[in-house]
Design a protein around this ligand. Structure first.
Ligand SMILES: [Zn+2]
Length: 455
């Protein structure tokens, strides 16, 4: 372990908390993170990093780097916020008026900790005269599944020896979780308008096609591979009941545990759309919005994170005040002491903030939901950890996460995550044998699969 990376965090906690708070107070949606991006760039620049921007043609993406030559160690930062989740730092719902976005996924913490880890590693490199290059990638628009996918397609990460990231969560653990592969598509149907009462026989209803497609999709649900999920919303159902709708559209999401399963489901969904078009005499056009692969877990990297978390960096110690805040927050979310104890252990209500590190299971675990980090995991050895930034049992993407991400609970989790990432980066930078093991573990995880963007 590098005492230098730890020392840097000891003396810069306040700086990082302030930066995370600036991001929290100025939440910006995907593709609009101009200020957040500037704030992080400024932090990195003031600590000796060179900045190149934009990256991969994305206005709010950037690359910060320090050092020269190999190895190449990369940290991934996110900083977009979510619509409708502005919330004061209080343990009950209390929206901030006139603020359209809020950090309900804690990306203000995510981006700041990743930048902190990069700077701490840089300080250790400078102090010890270590060779290598440390990168911090500003990855925008995670919430709409864009940033890292576009960056991966543009070969931004290709040369890294390892990519390290984290996400705020309700427990401390190295991630063995594989996010689902995902596809987001719009199906636009076009028919022929006519007067619904006077000339219905002249009409071809695009809305009928959308409804029949959705019926087909709902029947498909039973026959998708395990883990497969289908979600949709109707984007356009026509203008007025007395006009046969000429245009109608439905937005479909498919998720699956593997990209292979995803493509199988997508093929069947296309057939359903064609069938709906034939049945209604309409035409259909598909528009793919975005998509990602599933995450490839690199066991050697997960073990490295677990080693750092269990032996080198101590998890946060929570104050009585933070525990009391958490209990109030959980009560406001409808969690009772009994359910919390049932799900998280006998002392979970008394200690609702995770203060240990979960052990690895040694297996890749499929979890629900998707992340654009998965595409990075197909290109270079990638790892992430979860750090407790809100009480156990708190659902992500809620006001409760925004509340914690703006205060001391989230900030303690952020500092911890930064320390872990920096220490892991130091091991990777200084241990050639470890890098070789990681490379072999990555090859095994890929099982010969080459990176193909889903969309
Ligand atoms: Zn997130």
């Amino acid at each position: 372990m590098s005492e230098k990376t730890e020392k840097w965090f000891d003396s810069h906690q306040e700086t990082l908390c302030r930066v995370s708070r600036v991001l929290w107070e100025n939440p910006e949606g995907s593709e609009q993170e101009y200020q957040s991006c500037e704030t992080l760039k400024q932090l990195l620049r003031s600590h000796g990093f060179s900045i190149s921007a934009p990256t991969a043609g994305l206005d709010t993406a950037f690359t910060a780097s320090y050092g020269s030559g190999r190895p190449y160690i990369g940290f991934l930062a996110e900083y977009d916020a979510l619509p409708g989740l502005a919330q004061e730092t209080v343990p009950e719902p209390c929206q901030i008026p006139d603020q359209p976005y809020g950090h309900g996924c804690g990306h203000n913490l995510l981006g700041t900790a990743a930048a902190g880890a990069a700077i701490a590693l840089k300080e250790a490199m400078a102090a010890e005269g270590l060779p290598g290059t440390v990168f911090l990638y500003g990855c925008p628009s995670e919430e709409i599944m864009v940033g890292k996918i576009v960056m991966a397609k543009n070969h931004v990460f290709d040369d890294l020896d390892a990519a390290i990231s984290w996400h705020p969560g309700d427990r401390n653990r190295a991630s063995e979780e594989s996010y689902q592969a995902m596809l987001s598509m719009e199906y636009h149907f076009r028919g022929k308008a006519s007067h619904a009462a006077m000339a219905p026989e002249e009409g071809f209803s695009a809305l009928d096609a959308v409804e029949l497609m959705d019926v087909g999709v709902n029947y498909l649900r039973e026959h998708v591979p395990a883990g497969g999920q289908l979600h949709y919303v109707i984007l356009n159902g026509g203008e007025k009941p007395n006009i046969v709708p000429e245009k109608a559209a439905v937005w479909q999401f498919i998720r699956a545990n593997t990209t292979q399963d995803l493509q199988r489901i997508a093929g069947r969904m296309d057939d359903i759309a064609k069938g709906a078009a034939i049945m209604t005499g309409t035409a259909v056009e598909k528009k793919i919005l975005t998509g990602c692969n599933e995450t490839r877990i690199v066991p050697a990297l997960a073990r490295l994170l677990e080693q750092v978390m269990s032996q080198e960096v101590a998890p946060p110690v929570w104050s009585e005040e933070e525990k009391e805040f958490s209990r109030k927050l959980l009560a406001a979310l409808g969690q009772s002491p009994d359910t919390l104890r049932q799900n998280y252990g006998a002392d979970a209500w008394e200690n609702p903030l995770h203060d240990r590190t979960d052990a690895l299971t040694g297996k890749t675990v499929n979890i629900l939901g998707s992340s654009d980090i998965s595409d990075v995991s197909y290109v270079v050895p990638t790892c992430m950890l979860f750090a407790a930034c809100y009480p156990m049992g708190t659902p992500n993407h809620t006001w409760a996460v925004t509340a914690c991400a703006g205060g001391s609970i989230g900030q303690k989790g952020m500092i911890y995550a930064g320390r872990v990432m920096a220490a892991a980066g130091y091991h990777l930078l200084t241990d050639g044998e470890l890098r070789e093991r990681v490379k072999a573990s990555f090859r095994e995880a890929l099982q010969g699969a080459a990176y193909t963007p889903v969309a």
